[in-house]
Design a protein around this ligand. Structure first.
Ligand code: BTN
Length: 336
């Protein structure tokens, strides 16, 4: 173990040392030396970790050994899993909030340095597109918002959501070894059922996006009592689909790394090299009969994919190609 004070928060350093040594013990004095603090202070940090749901075995003259990690979301655990360390990404895990998007917007408005992430175990006013309610019970799902200050033209926001959606699909596909589908503009699906959704919101000032909040709701666990009746045949979770337990903290850590990397690739423009291939790989609508509902019309036809600005393209029965910047898409039954 290297000597000297470390820059990461002490709880994370302790966790990293115990995880690296697992199942062996690490002595209190080795931890104290590593952190440049007293053994009593080490013990106090161990208590903080216990409060967060970690359990340890402490044996005189041998030290500490990690027994279990919390199953619920833990900021310390998420940060300790962020092996990529592409850059610091401050993170807050809240037991309850109205909406993580609203909280991120409030913190940006109050001047907090970006980027940062707000994650909640439960939302009391979780929102989706068109102000719809987003089921946000505390049952092991992910409700996360990522806050940035990008200085981008507002017209690029549509493409931002599509790019983030494709990147997140790709991450889930490699993390869970099963491929979700993307339904324009912001739905993540498994077998036609919704597993997640994205909501990008911005504060625009002098024709530039100043504050950008990217919200992600992801169904990770099946609700213990089942889905509410209105969602029963429309929603699905990753663990239901894969029939495997999903480690929520590891998945969240991987998502943070991917969101950060994808954001940077969007801002520097390098995303353009891979976006179309990635989108086409996960797009579940392309070449299928669809109907698009906008505020004043319903247009049916065959989905052709998206254009360079992220608009949805539909070929209508009269052979015209219609372009949609916004709207609700439904899959239609193929004609007989
Ligand atoms: C949709 O499919 O309409 C988008 C759903 C987005 C839900 C997420 S959950 C985290 C963040 N906070 C919110 O209030 N909404 C987004």
């Amino acid at each position: 173990m290297k000597k000297g004070p470390a820059s990461a928060p002490p709880e994370m350093v302790i966790l990293a040392e115990l995880s690296a040594a697992d199942p062996a013990f690490v002595s209190g004095s080795a931890l104290a030396l590593k952190l440049g603090i007293s053994r009593v202070a080490v013990w106090q940090y161990m208590e903080k970790l216990r409060e967060q749901g970690f359990t340890f075995e402490a044996v005189r003259a041998r030290g500490y050994r990690l027994l279990t990690r919390p199953e619920w979301l833990s900021a310390t655990l998420i940060q300790s899993y962020r092996r990529d360390r592409v850059g610091a990404f401050p993170l807050e895990v809240l037991a309850e909030i109205d909406s993580t998007n609203d909280e991120a917007a409030r913190q940006l408005a109050a001047g907090k340095e970006a980027p940062f992430a707000i994650i909640a175990q439960r939302q009391t006013k979780g929102r989706g597109r068109f102000g719809r309610h987003w089921h946000s019970e505390s049952n092991g799902n992910l409700y996360a918002s990522f806050a940035f200050r990008p200085c981008l033209e507002p017209a690029r926001m549509q493409m931002f959501t599509l790019w983030m959606g494709a990147s997140i699909c790709d991450l889930i596909a490699s993390f869970c070894r099963t491929s979700p589908g993307l339904k324009w503009p912001n739905d993540l699906l498994f077998d036609g059922r919704k597993a997640g959704g994205m909501l990008t919101e911005a504060r625009i000032d002098a024709d530039q996006i100043r504050d950008l909040v990217f919200g992600l709701g992801l169904n990770v666990m099946a609700p213990p009592g089942g889905w509410p009746a209105e969602l029963a045949d429309r929603a699905v979770s990753l663990s239901e689909h894969t029939r495997q337990p999903v480690d929520l903290n590891k998945l969240t850590a991987a998502l943070i790394g991917r969101v950060r990397q994808s954001y940077e690739r969007f801002v520097d423009g390098s995303y353009k090299a891979t976006f179309a291939d990635l989108w086409n790989c996960y797009d579940v609508l392309r070449n299928r009969p669809v109907a698009v509902l906008t505020h004043n019309q319903r247009v049916a036809g065959i989905a052709l994919g998206i254009d360079d600005e992220g608009s949805f393209l539909v070929r209508t029965p009269n052979g015209r190609t219609e372009r949609f910047r916004a709207g609700e898409v439904t899959l239609e039954k193929p004609p007989r």
